[in-house]
Design a protein around this ligand. Structure first.
Ligand code: GLY
Length: 358
């Protein structure tokens, strides 16, 4: 996404604001630990909409019944992946430039220091589940393309058409408007007579470009796990892999520290190893909120050398082993949010915009 804002100021606030919108009651008759060991169980996702809440409720059911963080995040991520209306993750995700949906996902288990991931996976609705199987049933970390599909099919996943009509129409509109010099779009003699409309204006509610989701959880035993899943950059080059399936970039988990995940321009997140950096910062004593902001600042510092006006679009989320949360975005008009579910119910945590337009 091009950055039109020429000068921005870094707002280095240290504390995010919890919106604290509790919408679910505390579950009766269940003992939760919230003192020296911190808040557990808990689960968060970077999806702060109704779908994110539904995902949290699904993951929470597993955690509150004593299930593992590893299992809870899968079921939560699947809710988002399987929703055909969400154009940034799984089924319904926007395709690449050829009109093919290629999905990326990663998984990490803090307890066993295990990780698994898939990239450019086609025809499977739930890449997070495949990434989990790579983690649990192979000695590898990352499978790509045809190999990832073969692995998924061996585990019984069904190949399906995951390009929804909605996503296909958006892709076609994009093709028509991408270039004034190709032959897509209305016939030349009519083109100038037609009102030129942006394809984004036709689909104002879709999350485009880099939409992704992170799901991070701590279970009753204090074990931490995370996953990141996405359809990646919309209309990307065939075969492009973003940060989401790269351990240390789109996701990192350390049972002794916490977990972090990234959404946004994957190319920056890969170069900066941003999720690993956030966990490292928390290990050094930074709060999750500070760690998110530290990672954004680190990216900007690198770009200052070549282009001081460049601010890519990233959103980071983090939790530490005490159940503290953080969320920050590089830029935007609204403070970033994430969904949080604990024994106190569902809430939306509001983070900060690290760089404000001047
Ligand atoms: N962060 C998602 C992507 O760049 O693919």
């Amino acid at each position: 996404m091009k950055n039109a804002i020429s000068r921005r100021k870094f707002f280095y606030k240290t504390v995010g604001i919890s919106a604290g919108a509790l919408v679910l009651p505390t579950i009766a008759g269940f003992k939760f630990q919230e003192k020296s060991g911190g808040i557990k169980p808990m689960i968060i996702t970077s999806h702060a909409n109704d779908l994110g809440q539904k995902a949290m409720e699904t993951g929470w059911e597993i955690l509150r019944n004593g299930g593992s963080a590893v299992d809870a995040i899968e079921k939560a991520a699947n809710v988002i992946e399987l929703d055909p209306e969400d154009t940034s993750v799984g089924y319904g995700g926007l395709p690449n430039e050829r009109g093919v949906v290629q999905l990326d996902a990663s998984y990490m288990d803090g307890k066993t220091y295990s990780a698994g991931a898939v990239a450019c996976l086609e025809n499977i609705k739930t890449p997070a589940s495949v990434a989990k199987l790579v983690m649990q049933h192979t000695d590898h970390v990352l499978l790509v393309g045809a190999g990832a599909l073969e692995f998924a099919k061996a585990w019984g996943f069904q190949e399906e058409n995951i390009l929804t009509e909605k996503a296909r129409k958006i892709w076609l509109r994009w093709k028509e408007e991408m270039s004034p010099t190709d032959d897509w779009g209305a016939p030349e003699h009519i083109q100038n007579l037609q009102k030129k409309e942006s394809y984004w204006r036709d689909f104002p509610d879709i999350e485009h470009h880099y939409g992704t989701t992170n799901v991070l959880a701590i279970d009753m035993n204090g074990d931490i796990a995370g996953c990141t899943t996405t359809s990646g950059l919309s209309f990307k080059l065939n075969g492009r892999v973003g940060d989401s399936p790269i351990i240390g970039a789109g996701l990192y988990v350390d049972n002794e520290v916490g977990a972090a995940g990234a959404t946004g321009r994957g190319e920056d997140v890969i170069k900066s190893c941003a999720s690993y950096y956030m966990v490292l910062k928390m290990k050094e004593g930074r709060a999750p909120q500070q760690a998110c902001e530290d990672a954004l600042k680190m990216i900007i510092e690198h770009y200052k050398i070549v282009n001081p006006d460049y601010y890519p679009s990233e959103k980071f989320v983090a939790i530490n082993k005490y159940g503290e949360t953080g969320c920050a975005t590089m830029k935007g008009n609204r403070n970033p949010q994430m969904s949080v579910m604990t024994s106190k119910g569902y809430s939306r945590y509001e983070g900060i915009i690290a760089f404000q337009g001047k």
